[in-house]
Each structure stands twice: as C-alpha cells, then as structure tokens.
Ligand binder design. Sequence first.
Ligand SMILES: Nc1ncnc2c1ncn2[C@@H]1O[C@H](COP(=O)(O)OP(=O)(O)OP(=O)(O)O)[C@@H](O)[C@H]1O
Ligand SMILES: CC(C)(CO)[C@@H](O)C(=O)[O-]
Ligand code: BAL
Length: 338
Amino acid sequence: MVSSTVAAYAADALLVAAPPLKIYTTVASLRSFRRPLFNVKSLAFVPTMGALHAGHLSLIRSAAAENDSVAVSIFVNPAQFSPTEDLAVYPRTLKSDLTALELLNVELQQSGARGRIEALFLPSVTDMYPSGIPQVESQQRGAFVTVQPLSSKLEGGSRPHFFRGVATVVAKLFNIVQPETAYFGQKDVQQTIVLNRMIKDLHFPITLKVCPTGRETDGLAMSSRNVYLGEKRRRIAPVLYKALRASEEEYARLKKQGEALEARKIRNKGYEVLEAGGNGFSFELEYYSLADPEELEELDVVDASKGGVLSAALRMLPSRPGEGVVRLIDNIILAGDE
Ligand SMILES: Nc1ncnc2c1ncn2[C@@H]1O[C@H](COP(=O)(O)OP(=O)(O)OP(=O)(O)O)[C@@H](O)[C@H]1O
Ligand SMILES: CC(C)(CO)[C@@H](O)C(=O)[O-]
Ligand code: BAL
C-alpha cells in the first residue's frame, strides 16, 4: 500500500516533467506530422488496440532504441471482430494509456534512448473506413486485404474474419503513417507471418520487427483481454505456457539425443500438462499446433534446420455465472539451425 502510494507520487512528479503527447485524430493531421520527417528522421510505428500493458510498452522501447522517432496508434478495429465477438466491451482505457505513454517518454529521455514517441494516432472509425464497416462481412463495402491461405489456418480456423480485418487495417495504417519499420509482438505470431506476407506481396517498403512476448511472473502472456479472466481462471491460465514449455523441452531432448523430431511426441508432452493442469476448471483446446514457420503447415517431423512454430489457443470456460468464455493464445518458436 505504502509503496504503491510512493510509486504514484513518483509517477505524478514524472508526469509534471513530461511534455504532453502530441495526439493526431485525423489522417490529414497525421500526414502533416509525417511529411517533414522524410529523409530527416527514421520513423518506427507501433500499432495497438490500446488497453496498454508492459508488453506493448516493450515494443515501443525497442522502436525508440532503434529509430529517431516513434508513432503509436490506438484503434479498436471493428473489421477484425466478428458479430459475436467482444467489440462493444473490448477494454478501452485511453486516460491511463496516455499516462503510460507520457511516462514512457520521460523514461526514454532519461535513459538517453535514440527516439521518442512523437505522435499518437487516434483515428475515428469513419476516417479508417470511409464506406462504413458493418460487422457482417457480406454487408461490407470498399477495399479489403486478404492473405491466402495463411489467414485460414490456426487462428483463422476459429476466427475466419480475423486476418482480413487485421491485414486491411494495417495496410491502411501503413499507408497513412508510412514508417520505415513496424514493431509487432510475438504473442500474435500468426499475425506477424500474415503481415510479413502482405508486406512482401504488396511491396510495402517497410520492415517488420517481431519483439519477444512480455509475460507475467507466472509465465502467462500479457494480453489486454486477461482482465476478462477473473481471479480463479487467472490462476489456471499459465497452464498454456507451461504446456508449450513442456513441448519445447521435449524438442530439445529429442534433438540432443539425435532422435527424429516427431511432432506427435512433442505435442503429446504439452497435452499431458494440459490434462493435469485444469484443477477442476474447464477449458477447451482449440488447437495445439506444430507448424512450419513460413506457411504454417502442420508438421509430422520437424526439420531441425528450419525449426517450427509451436502455438496453441485455449478457451477458458466460465468459472461462475456472469463470466464469458476467454480465449488465450500463446506460442514458442523452435529456432532452426540455419
Ligand atoms: N504480451 C505481449 N508481449 C509483446 N507484445 C505484445 C503482447 N501482447 C500484445 N502484444 C503486441 O502488441 C501489439 C498490439 O496488440 P493488442 O493491442 O491487440 O494487444 P493484446 O494484448 O494482444 O490484446 P488482445 O487481448 O486483444 O489480444 C501487437 O503487435 C501484439 O502482438
Ligand atoms: C495489429 C493490430 C493493432 C491491428 O488492429 C491488432 O491486431 C493488434 O493489436 O494486434
Ligand atoms: N492482438 C490481437 C488482436 C485481437 O485479438 O483482436
């Protein structure tokens, strides 16, 4: 209690010293920020949906370490939510997000980082989707980006609309912000693979950097949606990462012993952890995949030179009335030797 009060005073003092963040709410105003930087400063971009946590901040730190200037966007993108998903209740915490970004700028200044957050882009839905964006896909009008067949695998199996929405909004944001480099989290590993393919195929002059997954001390991947879990399910949630780690250990063991890197054996170690880890709570495994890192094709045997992507999604079922289902995703990249 005492220490959090002290921390709050310290944060207040830092905030007084923090220059206000420059906020741009229209495409035209963001462009007027962007134009003079060309050939003068390198611009990095960190797109988010807000409800910022330490995972997001670590992306911005990496962007500021490697670039002169950083633009961050907060936009809860309707196109990546199906009509039955949580668009209406998705956590929106703009006030605390602003404080977190202003404090981060003070930290970047004090640590002598190369860049600062120079623009926070908060576009309106109308600016991003001039033809409107009804939730039902067949009613949508205008230009959309699809990346096939990557978008229908894994996450795309559970969320068929999802990567069309993500690729479309990220293409729009790239065209508006025109960064040299964009920073994304490994937590959403398939998103990074889909977007890298979009960048390549549509010739965006942008490099995508993937930053490590920020985790809570018990291993749970940070996510804005973790607030939906509630206390009881929160205690169980780290089981997903534990399962992935068990699979990773099996991969390392097989490799060390010179045995065939059979995906079935590697996945089985994860299933064992999941079976033991429920503690009376119910969850459903949507997928537990070991796939190749480029096409996300399910593997029978891992090629040690290429490695693989171990990824999973778990539906945590309600632990008491009033709770909804919470989807958790996580992954570990099994590095190749090449
Ligand atoms: N734990 C994390 N560590 C590192 N990066 C992360 C983490 N969580 C999210 N990111 C990255 O931050 C960017 C913005 O993600 P987003 O705003 O959707 O946050 P989120 O926590 O993933 O939310 P959601 O609960 O909707 O999945 C994405 O590139 C995402 O991969
Ligand atoms: C990349 C993104 C900001 C697009 O809305 C979103 O999918 C996310 O936050 O990961
Ligand atoms: N980070 C992924 C955003 C989403 O699930 O909508």
